[in-house]
Write a protein that binds this ligand. Structure first.
Ligand SMILES: [Zn+2]
Length: 344
C-alpha cells in the first residue's frame, strides 16, 4: 500500500524496504572464505538479525569467460553453495565487484588493467603504481564494458544474485591528461557515464537492483567531509545525471556531529544505506543521524568489515575472547540494541 501510494503521488518510484536492511560487508576470495562465511551466517549473523551480506569478490572469482582476469580461487560452486546457505537463513547475499576505480592496490595492479593496458586511464604510470592511490579504467574505452559485463554476468549467476554492488568509491583518477579519450573532459559527466552504463546493464537488462558507494556524489567543499568520503575532484555533480533507483551506500567512518549526506541522498530521491566501520563512537553517531527523521528511503544500517575475517568475527560475536582485537565486532555489538529498539 505504501509503495502504491507513493507511486500514485509521484513522490517515489521505489518501494521502501519490506524490512530494514541490516547488513555486513565482508570480502570473500576463496572457497575456504566462503565456507567460513557460511558458518558466520548460520551461527551468528542470521540469529542476531543481520539479514543482508555484501560479499566483496572483485577479481578473486575464477572467471570462465576470462580466466586470465582472475587472481583468486573462489569458484562458482563455492559461491552457489554460499548463496544457498544464505537463502536458507533468510539472508540476502549481494556480490560486490569494484568498478571504475580500485583497479590496483599498493604496488599491485589488478588483472583487468594488467592484461588490458589499453583500458587504463593513466597508462603512463608504471604498473607498480608509484605516487598514486588506485588506478581507474577508462570510462570511454569502447571495449571495456564488454569485458566487465561478462565478468559481472558470471558473478551474478554464481551468486544467484538479485542485486549487485558496483563499488565506485574513491575514484581519484578520472578525466586524466594521460587518456586520449578523456583529457579535458568533465569528471562528473564521465563518472555518470559509467554509472549509467552499469545501470543500463544491471537494472534494465538483467533486472537486478544496483548499489554503489556514495562518496563521489558528495561535494567535499559544501558537505564538510574530507576528500575520501566526499569528492574534491569534480565528480559530485554526477548525482543529477544518474537514476534514482540506485541504492547509495553512504559510508562515514570518523566521528562527526552530523552526517548531512544521510538526509541529502534521501532528499535527492535516492534510497540510502548508511555504512560504518570500526569505531564505536562514529558508528553510534552515524546511527543516531540515520534514526533522525528518516523517510521511506532509509534502508537500514550497514557494517563494513574491511580487513576482518569470518572466524575472528564469529568468535567475538559469540562472546569468545581470542586475544585478537576485532573492532568490527565491537561496533556491531554496540549498535545492535539501538537497531533493535528502533526496528532499523
Ligand atoms: Zn579515459
Amino acid at each position: 500500500m505504501t509503495a502504491l501510494l507513493l507511486c500514485c503521488t509521484g513522490l517515489s518510484i521505489t518501494a521502501p524496504p519490506a524490512r530494514p536492511w541490516r547488513g555486513l560487508h565482508i570480502s570473500v576470495g576463496s572457497p575456504e572464505a566462503a565456507d567460513d562465511l557460511k558458518r558466520l551466517v548460520v551461527d551468528v549473523l542470521a540469529p542476531m538479525g543481520i539479514n543482508t551480506v555484501i560479499a566483496e569478490v572483485n577479481y578473486s572469482f575464477q572467471f570462465q569467460s576470462h580466466p586470465e582476469l582472475s587472481n583468486g580461487t573462489l569458484t562458482a560452486e563455492a559461491a552457489a553453495d554460499l548463496a544457498a546457505t544464505c537463502e536458507g537463513e533468510g539472508v540476502r547475499l549481494i556480490p560486490l565487484f569494484n568498478c571504475l576505480g580500485h583497479q590496483s592496490w599498493a604496488d599491485v595492479t589488478f588483472p583487468l588493467l594488467a592484461k588490458h593496458p589499453e583500458f587504463d586511464e593513466t597508462p603512463q604510470i608504471p604498473l607498480d603504481n608509484p605516487g598514486i592511490y588506485c588506478r581507474s579504467w577508462c570510462p570511454q574505452h569502447p571495449q571495456v564494458n564488454t569485458v566487465v559485463f561478462e565478468l559481472i554476468d558470471e558473478i551474478l549467476s554464481a551468486f544467484h544474485a538479485d542485486a549487485f554492488h558496483v563499488g565506485m568509491d574513491e575514484v581519484f583518477l578520472i578525466a586524466s591528461d594521460q587518456c586520449p579519450r578523456c583529457r579535458g573532459g568533465d569528471p562528473a559527466a564521465l563518472f555518470a557515464q559509467t554509472t549509467n552504463d552499469l545501470h543500463e546493464f544491471l537494472v534494465k537488462r538483467r533486472g537486478v537492483e544496483m548499489l554503489m558507494w556514495g562518496d563521489r556524489l558528495l561535494d567535499a567543499a559544501t558537505t564538510g567531509y574530507g576528500q575520501w568520503e566526499a569528492s574534491a575532484n569534480g565528480t559530485a555533480a554526477a548525482i543529477d545525471r544518474i537514476p534514482k533507483d540506485i541504492i547509495i551506500c553512504d559510508w562515514h567512518y570518523e566521528p562527526m556531529a552530523d552526517y548531512p549526506s544521510v538526509r541529502y541522498f534521501q532528499e535527492q530521491g535516492f534510497r540510502v544505506w548508511p555504512a560504518t566501520w570500526n569505531k564505536v563512537e562514529a558508528a553510534e553517531a552515524l546511527l543516531e543521524c540515520a534514526l533522525r527523521d528518516p523517510t521511506d528511503r532509509m534502508m537500514g544500517y550497514l557494517f563494513t568489515g574491511w580487513g576482518v575475517n569470518s572466524p575472528d568475527l564469529r568468535d567475538r560475536l559469540q562472546g569468545r575472547t581470542t586475544g585478537k582485537d576485532c573492532p568490527v565486532a565491537d561496533v556491531i555489538l554496540a549498535c545492535l540494541p539501538r537497531l533493535n529498539a528502533n526496528a532499523l
